[in-house]
Design a protein around this ligand. Structure first.
Ligand SMILES: [Zn+2]
Length: 60
């Protein structure tokens, strides 16, 4: 189950859309590349199926 969420890139500050698989577990962390500046960011997600409870991103 994918949920779309907008986060601000920690490197360039531009908003970018992430698709989070909320069925993948209550806590996840993974890397995404910013579509604007291509910098990797680490994404931390807490979720329950169908709902994102919290999300944060940090620069690698
Ligand atoms: Zn960026």
């Amino acid at each position: 189950m994918l949920e779309d969420v907008i986060v601000d890139c920690p490197s360039c500050g531009e908003p970018c859309a992430l698709s989070v698989d909320t069925s993948a577990g209550p806590e996840q962390s993974y890397f995404e590349d910013c579509p604007t500046c291509c910098a990797p960011m680490e994404v931390f997600v807490k979720s329950k199926p169908g709902e994102i409870l919290s999300i944060s991103v940090t620069a690698d």
